[in-house]
Design a binder for this molecule. Structure first.
Ligand SMILES: *Cc1c(COP(=O)(O)O)cnc(C)c1O
Length: 225
C-alpha cells in the first residue's frame, strides 16, 4: 500500500494539488481478511463491484469505521440492498436508479453519497450515462433528500495510447468543472486505476480506484452477478 500511496502523493504534487487524491482500495475477488489487513494499515475507503459479494465483507469488517463504495453496475432490483449497505454509490447512471436509491435509503443511515457515472468514451456496450444526460441526472439527485451528490465517475476505454486515455480524463474534468461550479459539496472526480492513476490525477482525479497495484493480479474473472 505504501508504494501506491507514494505514487498518488507524487502525482498529486506534480499536479500542484494542495491535498493528494484519495485512494479507494478495490477489493473484488479479495477476502475480508485481505481487506482487513489494509484497514489495519490505515486504509479507510474500500470499493466493491458486486452487491452480494460486498455484503459479507461489510458485515465481517463492521465496526472498523470503514467507508464502502459501490463501483460496479447496479441493477434496480438490488438498489434496496445497495442503499442499505453502502456509504457511496459511484455508478448512478439513470433516473430509475436515482428514484430507487432515494426510496430505499434508510433514514437512520443519513444521506447516501452518489456519483454520476459517465460513459465518456461512448462505448455502446458499457454502462454510464452520456455526457449530455448529466445535467438531468444531477438535477434529479439534488432534488432527492436522501441522496447527496458528490461528483462524477468514469471508466474510460483502456486505450493503449496514453494520449487517448488522457483525452478522456480531460473531457471528464471539463464536465466535472461545469457540475462542481454549482455546488461546493461536489468534490469528487473518481477516475484512474492501477496502470493510469498518474494520468488521471494530472487531469484532475480526486479519487483513484486501485485493485491490482495493491493486491496483485486477480486470480480468475468472477462470473457476473
Ligand atoms: C477492478 C476495478 C478497478 C481497479 O482496477 P485495477 O486495474 O485492478 O486497479 C477500478 N474501477 C473499477 C470500476 C473496477 O471494476
Amino acid at each position: 500500500m505504501d508504494a501506491v500511496l507514494l505514487r498518488i502523493d507524487n502525482a498529486s504534487r506534480r499536479a500542484g494539488r494542495p491535498v493528494p487524491a484519495r485512494l479507494l482500495a478495490v477489493g473484488k475477488t479479495r477476502s475480508a481478511a485481505e481487506l482487513g489487513a489494509l484497514a489495519a494499515a490505515g486504509q479507510r475507503a474500500f470499493g466493491e463491484n458486486y452487491v452480494q459479494e460486498a455484503a459479507g465483507k461489510i458485515e465481517a469488517l463492521a465496526g472498523l469505521g470503514l467507508e464502502w463504495h459501490l463501483i460496479g453496475h447496479l441493477q434496480s432490483n438490488k438498489a434496496r440492498l445497495a442503499a442499505t449497505l453502502f456509504d457511496w454509490v459511484q455508478t448512478v447512471d439513470r433516473p430509475k436508479l436515482v428514484d430507487a436509491l432515494a426510496a430505499h435509503r434508510p433514514a437512520a443511515r443519513g444521506p447516501l453519497n452518489v456519483l454520476v457515472q459517465v460513459n465518456i468514451d461512448d462505448e455502446s456496450s458499457k454502462h454510464g450515462c452520456q455526457p449530455a444526460e448529466v445535467p438531468a441526472l444531477v438535477a434529479a439527485i439534488r432534488a432527492a433528500p436522501m441522496l447527496r451528490l458528490r461528483g462524477l465517475m468514469a471508466i474510460p476505454a483502456p486505450h493503449a495510447e496514453p494520449s487517448r486515455r488522457r483525452d478522456a480524463f480531460a473531457r471528464m474534468r471539463r464536465l466535472f468543472d461545469t457540475v462542481a461550479g454549482q455546488d461546493p459539496a461536489i468534490d469528487t472526480l473518481s477516475m484512474g486505476m492501477s496502470d493510469d492513476l498518474e494520468l488521471a490525477i494530472a487531469e484532475g482525479a480526486t479519487l483513484v480506484r486501485v485493485g491490482t497495484a495493491l493486491f496483485g493480479p486477480r486470480p480468475a474473472p468472477r462470473p457476473s452477478s
